[in-house]
Design a protein around this ligand. Structure first.
Ligand SMILES: Nc1nc2c(c(=O)[nH]1)N[C@H]1C(S)=C(S)[C@@H](COP(=O)(O)OP(=O)(O)OC[C@H]3O[C@@H](n4cnc5c(=O)[nH]c(N)nc54)[C@H](O)[C@@H]3O)O[C@H]1N2
Ligand SMILES: Nc1nc2c(c(=O)[nH]1)N[C@H]1C(S)=C(S)[C@@H](COP(=O)(O)OP(=O)(O)OC[C@H]3O[C@@H](n4cnc5c(=O)[nH]c(N)nc54)[C@H](O)[C@@H]3O)O[C@H]1N2
Ligand code: SF4
Ligand SMILES: [Mo]
Length: 725
């Protein structure tokens, strides 16, 4: 530690790294001892406000913020327990470098970053600039994402950088862009309380977004809640109508519902005429989706279809919401657009309680979508567009030549690039793909082929970190500053309420160090602190649909209980519940929304006699977060979920297989196999099983298969067999 401080003392002043950005030492002065400070939760995209209670400047407790407009005094177990992972014993506290014996060894920052730069520069010199790539996350603050995007792509010459948000939100992005002309989720959470019909497609709100579910429970209009999910989830159990659709038959189902609406004249023709294009073609396309065919393909009864269509037709304020049951599909983009089409044709958009609403996953997936400079050029622009590159170069006062003129490869293409030899160096930031990526063994084999693998994480024990050549220890949520953007486009502030352990640095500070050692610090001299970057992002957003030039600073955000984009000068923030498209104008040049559609396709792998079961995966409990690096550290949360991997099996299948709850059973796919505890449950249908994603082994089974437009992995469908171990 003393060595480190001595060594970086000069760097700190040279780089103007503030204490807050560094994750080290003193806490910012405004945090008085024994006071409280408000910040946004760092787990899910709901973006709840939490109040940290401080003793001697350190947070000792968290409570939900009563007046925050998102959660209004509520929090889920993860929010209450968010401090616990910060003090876990496996926090990465020093850089770790793999030595010649193949062991990870402590190194100081100087050596770590020198090695980082030397190795990546060497690779670029031999194989070209685009042979080094990065994969980032939806779980760091926007300012860090933006700095990384600028550093890697403008400073280090990288072309390829994607995010774990590809696993999660890419489908919604592709769908919105084509349908609305911009990646623009239109809703505000107030809509949960104002709808009279709420349609949830592939979304288990009770588990994955418990506070959004609480918002539905506050709805005074006794809304009809329709859940479309193959499983009888906690959310489905609480619904008015549950449509236990056959997995991956959503597109047929939604076209069938559209057909019923059209045939009965239950559409809003004036809205369609005034604000959309492509409806006549859509109408022709869906003619063949008659009730019998749709019922057969979806496993639903005709009466269920009609019942659902009637509810949508007779609702005055119908809102449609979707999450991973839609996005993680081989044809997710078209499914999302089929939902959008229903909202458009019934005029359920731009009014309170309506909308075609994609719910995001990670705390800052929305920040990543617009400001990470990965698949979009800053502010939702296009790398391949010369005017867009010019606009960014001017606003940043950098040469346009440093901006790549091609779009990044998508995550799966970067992985494929390792196989083909195109990608030789890789840098993971805030994601744990050795656990979470689809068809995990294939990825883990490929990671061994890399010349240099860097993992930047708050823990050194993650499955991915353990494979790295270099681990960079990162400060976590609560140990640094910046902003997140939640599902309803609300920007919220994160505060530093704890010291990072050992020599761990905020991702922001790590990026600044790298810029310095790489030799591109001058290009990024203005990117000196999170607040400074926020000011840059305002400039980059100007004139785009996500314009935030009207937000003065973090203080203004905090004082308003978060601020939704867009926010131009003199925006009226009084209601602080703003939705898009209230004027019926969309972001395409002709201001119309488009009906996008396509014939349904079968998934690449379907069940057969050898692999007769369908494997569904997803969230298990509200106490588990993804690969469990954080939530498994809390003794409280651990009480709330099964420690061992389990598989949900229907009563009928369990009887046939002669297994009971608690037995071990083997599950095999063409990619790999695992053993899990049987849980006989009414949640799954016959010949379908469910395994939560939180256990390391789950993605041994899943099959690499992607939506062609979004390149999002289809995690929720593959063929498996069960066997007695
Ligand atoms: N507790 C907790 N909360 C979380 C997370 C977490 O790890 N833990 N992660 C966050 C993140 S990043 C995300 S992206 C969200 C995800 O939030 P959700 O998408 O709500 O969660 P999942 O369980 O992945 O998937 C939702 C449902 O899709 C259903 N499904 C599977 N196949 C199909 C299908 O073909 N059609 C339909 N209609 N449904 C299908 C599954 O049965 C499942 O119930 O949750 C966020 N919130
Ligand atoms: N089978 C199956 N697989 C899935 C899914 C599914 O439904 N089924 N869902 C997919 C989805 S939607 C998602 S979003 C992904 C999630 O997959 P991952 O992104 O791999 O999951 P996390 O566990 O959230 O990983 C985040 C990592 O960042 C670290 N970290 C936390 N905070 C910080 C920070 O401030 N800085 C840095 N540098 N590191 C930090 C954590 O310790 C952790 O290692 O999983 C996907 N995988
Ligand atoms: S619902 Fe999401 S944002 Fe709210 S406390 Fe839970 S994890 Fe945090
Ligand atoms: Mo996600």
């Amino acid at each position: 530690m003393s060595f480190f401080v001595a060594n970086t003392g000069s760097l700190t002043s040279e780089l103007k790294l503030t204490d807050g950005a560094f994750g080290l030492g003193r806490l910012p002065e405004r945090l008085q001892p024994n006071s409280v400070t408000d910040l946004v939760c760092g787990f899910c995209s709901t973006g709840c406000g939490l109040t940290a209670h401080l003793q001697d400047g350190q947070a000792v407790n968290l409570t939900p913020t009563a007046e925050y407009p998102v959660n209004i005094g509520m929090a889920c177990p993860k929010g209450w327990e968010a401090l616990t992972p910060l003090t876990a014993p496996d926090r990465a506290t020093k850089p770790l470098l793999r030595n010649q014996d193949g062991l990870l060894e402590e190194a100081n920052w100087d050596i770590a970053i020198q090695t980082f730069c030397n190795r990546f520069k060497q690779i670029q010199a031999t194989h070209g600039n685009s042979s080094v790539a990065f994969i980032s996350t939806g779980q760091i603050v926007t300012e860090e994402m933006a700095l990384l995007g600028a550093l890697a792509k403008f400073g280090m010459g990288m072309v390829h950088g994607d995010g774990n948000t590809r696993q999660c939100m890419a489908t919604s992005v592709a769908a919105y862009k084509q349908s609305f002309g911009f990646d623009a989720p239109p809703f505000t959470y107030q809509d949960f309380e104002e709808s009279d019909v709420i349609v949830l497609v592939g979304s288990n709100l009770c588990i994955a977004h418990p506070i959004m579910w609480q918002r539905i429970l506050r709805n005074p209009h006794s809304p009809r809640i329709i859940v479309i999910d193959p499983r009888t989830t906690e959310t489905a159990l609480a619904a008015t109508q549950h449509l236990a659709i056959l997995p991956k038959s959503d597109l047929t189902f939604l076209y069938g519902i559209a057909n019923i609406l059209i045939q009965n004249g239950w559409i809003n023709q004036p809205y369609i005429d005034a604000h959309t294009e492509g409806f006549e073609e859509f109408k022709t396309h869906i003619k063949e989706f008659d009730w019998q065919a749709v019922a057969a393909a979806t496993g639903l009864r005709i009466s269920e279809l009609i019942h659902c269509a009637e509810a949508i037709a007779h609702g005055k304020r119908v809102s449609f919401w979707w999450t991973m049951g839609v996005n993680q599909s081989h044809e997710g983009t078209r499914v999302a657009q089929a939902i959008i089409n229903l909202a458009l044709m019934t005029g359920n958009i731009g009014r309170p309680g309506t909308g075609a609403n994609s719910i995001t996953g990670q705390c800052n997936a929305m920040g990543s979508r617009l400001f990470s400079n990965t698949t979009n050029l800053f502010g939702g622009r296009d790398f391949a567009n010369v005017q867009h590159r010019q606009a960014i170069a001017e606003r940043l006062n950098i040469p346009v030549s440093v901006i790549p003129d091609e779009n990044s490869l998508a995550y799966d293409q970067i992985v494929a690039g390792i196989e083909s030899g195109q990608i030789k160096g890789l840098w993971f930031i805030g994601t744990n793909p050795s656990h979470s990526w689809i068809d995990q063994s294939a990825l883990n084999d490929l990671l061994k082929k890399l010349d240099f693998l860097v993992v930047q994480d708050m823990f050194y024990t993650t499955e991915t970190a353990q494979q790295a050549d270099l681990i960079l220890p990162a400060a976590a949520w609560g140990e640094k500053e910046g902003t997140f953007v939640n599902s309803e486009r609300r920007i919220g502030v994160c505060r530093k309420i704890a010291r990072a352990p050992g020599e761990a640095l905020a991702d922001f500070a790590i990026f600044r160090l790298i810029a310095h050692y790489w030799g591109c610090a001058e290009l990024l001299s203005e990117w000196s602190s999170p607040e400074a970057v926020f000011q840059i992002l305002k400039r980059l957003s100007a004139g785009q649909p996500c314009d935030i030039t009207g937000i003065r600073d973090y203080r203004m955000i905090a004082e308003n209980g978060g601020i939704q984009w867009p926010c131009l000068d003199n925006e009226d923030l009084a209601s602080n519940q703003r939705r898009l498209f209230t004027d019926g104008k969309f972001f395409h040049p002709n201001q119309k929304a488009r009906f996008c559609f396509e014939a349904p396709r079968f998934p690449e792998e379907t069940i057969d006699s050898e692999y007769p079961f369908t494997l569904l995966t997803g969230r298990g409990t509200s106490a588990q977060w993804h690969t469990q690096t954080r939530t498994s550290k809390s003794a409280v949360l651990r009480q709330l979920y099964p420690e061992e991997i389990y598989v949900e099996i229907s009563h009928a299948d369990a009887n046939r297989l002669k297994v009971k709850t608690g037995d071990w059973i083997g599950v095999r796919s063409r990619r790999g196999s695992l053993q899990a505890r049987v849980v006989i449950a009414g949640t799954v249908q016959e010949m379908q099983i469910f395994i939560p994603m939180h256990y390391r082994e789950t993605n041994l089974l899943t099959k690499s298969s992607f939506d062609p437009y979004s390149r999002q992995p289809s995690y929720k469908y593959c063929a498996v067999a069960l066997f007695k171990p």
